[in-house]
Design a protein around this ligand. Structure first.
Ligand SMILES: [Zn+2]
Ligand SMILES: [Zn+2]
Length: 263
């Protein structure tokens, strides 16, 4: 099982998760064309995708969802709150599958997905943990006002952990955003700072963990170097990566390096 982040941050969040022959998209924040183009870069096409899972209705996560549901006729998994707030089409027009925090979903032969509620200012936001048939897991959590015990419990000890490192608190405070936006980002239902992410990682990473990826890095209130540095310091040298806004990462696998990458 492996994951490639096709885009991360406010310009569009989307990742591809592959387990055996099953491929799903995590969020649909890119246009259909961009999604297809970046999938191609990872050796896949939209025809390979079995389903789409949405975390919440903010546009950087659902921009392409309607097209994937209607033009591509893909099943779209979302909470009821997200489906409503994102104005996803009704059951006559698209295959929308409602999930809620605590649910377990199986897609295809090889992919088991656990749904966990997240603290964010969406209608009913969630994050997803993906497990293969052998119990190896990829956990991805972004758009978190804080690292709640539920989210921490869900992604602790995953082989691959993708965690939001949205902003540097000082850069945000001194930055160009209006005060109400700064307050929103810093709130308990806003976004996770580098420092909070790094502190949280100490309790999330176990001996099973092989890769940690910093996600949803802000263009205005953070830098890749800062996110990389705080993660690196927190993990004392363990491999960490930072997902780019507009470029896909390589495949990041749950097995030892190389075993699944480039398959
Ligand atoms: Zn977002
Ligand atoms: Zn959001």
């Amino acid at each position: 099982m492996e994951i490639a982040f096709l885009g991360s941050g406010s310009s569009g969040n989307c990742a591809a998760v592959r387990a055996g022959r099953t491929v799903v998209l995590l969020d649909a924040g890119l246009s259909l064309r961009q999604t297809a183009r970046r999938l191609e870069g990872r050796g896949l096409s939209l025809d390979d995708v079995a389903a789409v899972l949405l975390t919440h209705e903010h546009s950087d996560h659902v921009r392409g969802a309607l097209d994937l549901a209607k033009k591509r006729q893909l099943p779209v998994y979302a909470t009821e709150g997200t489906a409503r707030a994102a104005a996803l089409p009704g059951p006559l027009f698209a295959d929308i599958r409602i999930v809620r925090g605590g649910d377990e979903v199986r897609i295809g032969q090889d992919l088991y997905i656990h749904v966990t509620a997240t603290p964010h200012d969406g209608a009913e936001s969630v994050c997803y943990v993906f497990a293969d048939g052998r119990g190896r897991r990829i956990g991805v959590a972004t758009d978190l006002g804080h690292l709640s015990p539920e989210v921490a419990g869900a992604i602790r000890g995953c082989e691959v952990i993708g965690l939001e490192a949205n902003h540097d608190v000082d850069l945000l405070r001194d930055g160009p955003y209006p005060p109400h936006v700064k307050r929103r980002i810093l709130s308990e239902v806003g976004h996770l700072s580098n420092e909070d992410a790094a502190a949280g990682l100490l309790g999330l990473v176990t001996e099973r963990t092989r890769s940690v990826v910093a996600l949803h890095v802000s263009r205005h209130n953070n830098t890749f170097a800062l996110a990389r540095r705080v993660f690196h310091e927190a993990l004392v040298g363990m491999g960490s990566k930072v997902a780019h806004h507009d470029e896909a990462t390589a495949w990041i696998g749950v097995s030892s390096e190389g075993e699944e990458i480039g398959r």
